[in-house]
Design a protein around this ligand. Sequence first.
Ligand SMILES: [Zn+2]
Length: 166
Amino acid sequence: MVKRELLQTQFQGVVCKRGHSGIRYMSNRSCVECVKEFNRKRSSTIAGRRYQANWKRENPQTQAEWLAVNRERRMLSVARHRAKKKNTPFSITLEDICIPEICPVFNTPLDWEGKRDDRPSLDRVVSGLGYIKGNVRVISGRANRLKNNMTKSDVLRLLAYIEEGT
Ligand SMILES: [Zn+2]
């Protein structure tokens, strides 16, 4: 799958003319840091931002490809954003995000393209502790939603109610 590699990066050893580390895009060998700097500069003007929005609209597959190879990165950045907004502790890094094939709660397959319930979702094991090392796990959207909507005593009451009826 050549297409998937479009935005993949690789250490290619050659330092760029601005002295960056040598991590380059595999597709066109341009320096990742230089491209980032260029985009950062561009997004500082209204015309630049308009150009970027247009480009995104005309190249929707590129973003999809980036997502396909960078699921964990995406998950991390969404979590960082949420933590900032809600003022929750955040100290995890990419290696703390490990996406399994199967939901550890319900044993159902996790599916990025599937229904919301089946999509992988980052859980804070003890939600009050925030996104800190040892406190995050990837579970299904369904498990995460149920967990967030119920306290332990809610679960026990619900279970008791269900068992009464059987
Ligand atoms: Zn560079």
